[in-house]
Design a protein around this ligand. Structure first.
Ligand code: SF4
Length: 379
């Protein structure tokens, strides 16, 4: 991992990128395309254009592809190589990621596998077991969220996936050899039903893959009692995470009106603490959106969570279409790099186990923390 690629990744996430038709020619056939399993991260919608989900920089850093026609960053095909430039001069070669074979297969019940599970980054099999969030109907969705617009614009995935189908997709994906981790998430619904559903899904994945404990993470609806957390652990999933989004309590209430009225900041922290007791240090994640609160409060959050033995996944905010903050601007890439280097220092000093058996830097291209930790030899 090279410092210059951390800076480049931050630039590409904050400003977005373009690609020429030549560069995109084999996206969707040879290379993995976006399938909009949950949210859209591009700066603009692109219904009729297949775009890569993510791509690799020369040192293996994974970057989420965020289309922005106003960005000067451009990927072009030059002498059979994909070259990233800043619009004037070449910067480096990049690589689209291979399209998995299971994207062309169907389950026994006849559903297309790509509509059920998609690969995030290089090695993370993503399932959203139900694309639904009740906060939209009351106009109380999180200001950065575009779940509904993504679903209505692209309509690419099944809204509800059958347990058996998920197991079949997991078997097909793991048998190809590149998948190392699972990420499971769903909408907000009745806790009891969610635990039963998740337990059934993890069991189905175990049965179909022969894995004893599934290497990966479940991101369930928030705020779980100790008993509920134990039941998630008993299902056989390796790690658990909670999307608390914003650390600062007042900003959390403003940015996430619906979610914060259901689950308070303190409830999240208690859940994470309980989960560390059950899953073990390093196997619990606090998920934050980075760029919507001051660096100071973000780092306070990192310090508190790392102090209780949890890892942190801070997504770089995208002012994406369909969210209430569409058209706004994220902080500069320098802000992100400075804050993330400090966050990495805090996580390193707290000696939180890296937890790479469940989630690694190859799993997603929209967090900078795992890249900054690699600079310190972690992960
Ligand atoms: S809780 Fe917030 S981020 Fe999650 S789906 Fe609902 S509105 Fe979106």
């Amino acid at each position: 991992m090279n410092h210059k690629y951390l800076e480049l990744k931050a630039e590409l996430l904050v400003n977005g990128v373009n690609a020429t038709p030549q560069a995109l020619k084999e996206v969707g056939s040879k290379y993995k395309e976006q399938n909009h399993g949950l949210f859209g991260w591009d700066f603009e919608n692109h219904q009729d254009l297949a775009l890569p989900d993510d791509f690799a920089l020369p040192d293996g850093t994974i970057v989420q592809f965020r289309k922005n026609s106003h960005s000067s960053y451009l990927v072009d095909l030059v002498d059979s190589k994909l070259i990233l430039s800043d619009g004037k001069a070449p910067i480096c070669t990049v690589a689209w990621l291979p399209r998995p074979s299971f994207y062309n297969k169907s389950t026994v019940s006849g559903n297309k596998m790509v509509k059920i599970g998609q690969i995030g980054g290089e090695d993370c099999l993503f399932f959203c077991y139900q694309n639904y969030c009740s906060h939209f109907s009351r106009n109380e969705q999180c200001l950065f969220c575009n779940l509904v617009e993504t679903s209505t614009t692209y309509n690419q995935v099944l809204k509800k996936k059958e347990t058996e189908d998920i197991g079949e997709v997991a078997r097909a994906a793991f048998s190809e050899g590149t998948v190392k981790h699972i990420l499971l998430t769903g909408g907000c619904f009745n806790h009891q039903k969610e635990i039963e559903l998740v337990s059934g899904i993890v069991e189905s994945i175990r049965e179909h893959t022969g894995l004893n404990r599934v290497p990966g993470t479940i991101l369930p609806s928030p705020a779980k009692t100790m008993d509920e957390i134990k039941r998630y652990h008993a299902s056989g999933i390796g790690a658990i995470g909670f999307s608390m989004e914003i650390w600062d309590e007042k900003l959390y209430k403003a940015v996430c009106p619906g979610k914060s009225s259901d689950v308070s900041h303190d409830m999240f922290v208690d859940s994470i603490r309980n989960a560390v007791d059950v899953f073990g240090e390093g196997n619990v994640y606090g998920v934050l959106v980075m760029g919507l609160e001051p660096r100071e409060t973000f780092l306070e959050g990192v310090k508190t969570l790392a102090g209780i033995g949890a890892n942190i996944v801070p997504f770089v905010w995208s002012p994406n279409p369909g969210s209430k903050l569409a058209g706004h601007r994220a902080p500069t890439s320098k802000w992100y790099v400075d804050a993330i280097l400090e966050a990495a220092e805090i996580v390193h000093d707290a000696k939180v186990p890296a937890g790479t058996q469940n989630h690694c830097y190859k799993c997603d291209g929209n967090s900078l923390l795992h890249d900054a930790l690699r600079l310190k030899g972690i992960g």
